[in-house]
Design a protein around this ligand. Structure first.
Ligand code: NAP
Ligand code: HSE
Length: 430
């Protein structure tokens, strides 16, 4: 048993400072739970001239990563520097030198998590990544441990705080998209390049991590169907509200005998769905398991201390394993080859907003397109548009396949302007 466990912290930004704060402020409790003291021995930074307000001794800071990676007294590397290449190289080097690794880096885990986990297994090292998805929500452990006995059939998540913040501010405070994004950036929620948030890439990476765990397989980023916030048109949020729906940027993944389907896109949720009331930067993950039924985890998806809570819990798990000498025993590798569902098996209700010429017969031509595709409509509503000779048509289907939806879209293009279209999710629980 060790009395002290040494940590090399790679990065001292939003998350890294939170980690240092929690280790300092909760020190006594942590010492008690671990039976050892977890000490930050070195910290990697990029800019040595930046002012650092911290209780750490200035001598721990370095700009030379090798001083940390090559220090044999460091037990655990905590990677919270972000980026892909350097972070991945650091994780790989740490594992190769037999160190335990904790990371908050969804980019690296989504792109190379499988290879890194294999390396960790070979090296008999831990590689923990709880903070990589949904900040302070313990979703990775829930999938790995809490729901390990169940068979997950679907998972829906608001897993990007920035886009949820923007949609909430636009809906509830009439803020413009640009102002809401600027505010999310100022509050530290957005990525360094916020297009990763608004175009759906950040959420797609998180859905790769969650879906791989939920279905014990290896989902690739390229498997995720992604539509970003650009697809949302002026007036769509209000229109959705008139129909009793709330617009959310949603990650969804489903598995049945036909395979797996993973998507990130703006969707309409019934106002009564639990995910519809998840607002601002909060995240939530709604899981359906064969045995447990429906369950939802909710909490802050970003921010210094919430995210650091997950990182420190991972540090504690690695410390406990070190004390017991059982690092690197994750139990099992992914079990299944992933099979992706064909479009003909991806079912949903669809919502279409069309601009049509307001003339005799056009409505019949449009509804004919749906009936030729065997796509049943549950409601059709015509709105006058601001230009007198046009009208807006809102159509809502019963469950149809994505293939039927794509066929409908293809045929509609000659007759109407498709202003927007969305999947409607979560109707079963409404
Ligand atoms: P951040 O505030 O930008 O901090 C990054 C830190 O890493 C800074 O201290 C920076 O040094 C250092 N750094 C970056 N590149 C470096 C390099 N090449 N060499 C040496 N030091 C380098 O980032 P963050 O928000 O803490 O995010 C860190 C990681 O956590 C990312 O992977 C992010 O996706 C993930 N994450 C963040 C949140 C969140 O709410 N922020 C939530 C979940 C997950 P300087 O201080 O000298 O600039
Ligand atoms: N940019 C991310 C978000 C940070 O908004 O959710 C947390 O991963």
């Amino acid at each position: 048993m060790k009395n002290a466990i040494s940590i090399g912290l790679l990065g001292f930004g939003t998350v890294g400072q939170g980690v240092a704060k929690i280790l300092h402020q909760h020190q006594q409790d942590l010492n008690h739970k671990l039976g050892a003291e977890a000490i930050i021995k070195r910290v990697l930074i990029k800019d040595k001239n930046k002012e650092r307000i911290t209780t750490l001794d200035p001598s721990v800071f370095t700009v030379d990563i090798d001083e940390i990676l090559n220090d044999p007294s460091i037990d655990i590397i905590v990677e919270v520097m972000g980026g892909i290449q350097e972070a991945e190289a650091a994780i790989e080097a740490a594992l190769k030198s037999g160190k335990q690794v904790v990371t908050a880096n969804k980019d690296v885990m989504a792109e190379s998590g499988n290879e890194l986990m294999k390396l960790a297994d070979e090296q008999k090292c831990d590689l923990f990544y709880e903070a990589s998805v949904a900040g302070g929500i313990p979703i990775i452990r829930t999938l790995q441990d809490g729901l390990a006995s169940d068979r997950i059939t679907s998972l829906m998540g608001i897993v990007n705080g920035t886009t949820n913040f923007i949609l909430t501010k636009m809906k509830k405070e009439n803020m413009t998209y640009d102002d809401a994004l600027a505010e999310a950036t100022r509050l530290g929620y957005a990525e360094a390049d916020p297009s990763a948030d608004v175009d759906g890439l950040d959420a797609a990476r998180k859905m790769v991590i969650l879906s791989s765990l939920a279905y014990s397989t290896v989902v690739d980023l390229a498997d995720v169907r992604v539509r970003g916030m650009k697809e949302i048109r002026d007036g769509d949020l209000e229109l959705a509200a008139q129909f009793g729906y709330t617009m959310k940027m949603l990650g969804s993944s489903k598995k049945d005998e036909a395979g797996i389907e993973v998507a990130v896109e703006p969707v309409l949720l019934p106002d009564s769905h639990p995910l519809a009331s998840v607002n601002n930067e909060f995240n939530a993950v709604y899981i359906h398991g064969d045995a447990v039924g429906e369950t939802m985890l909710y909490g802050p998806g970003a921010g210094s201390l919430p995210t650091a809570t997950s990182v420190v819990s991972d540090i504690m798990a690695a410390c406990r394993n070190l004390q017991l000498g059982v690092n690197g025993k994750r139990g099992h590798a992914p079990q299944h080859e992933r099979v992706l569902k064909p479009d003909s098996h991806c079912d949903a209700n669809y919502f279409y907003r069309l601009l049509i010429k307001d003339e005799v017969g056009v409505l019949a031509r449009i509804t004919n397109i749906f009936s030729h595709q065997n796509a049943s409509l549950q409601s059709v509503m015509q709105h006058p548009s601001e230009t007198g000779d046009h009208a807006e048509l809102i159509l809502l289907t019963h469950r149809i396949s994505r293939q039927q939806h794509l066929n409908v879209i293809g045929k509609l293009e000659g007759i109407a302007e498709i202003i927007s279209h969305y999947r409607v999710e979560g109707e079963e629980s409404a």
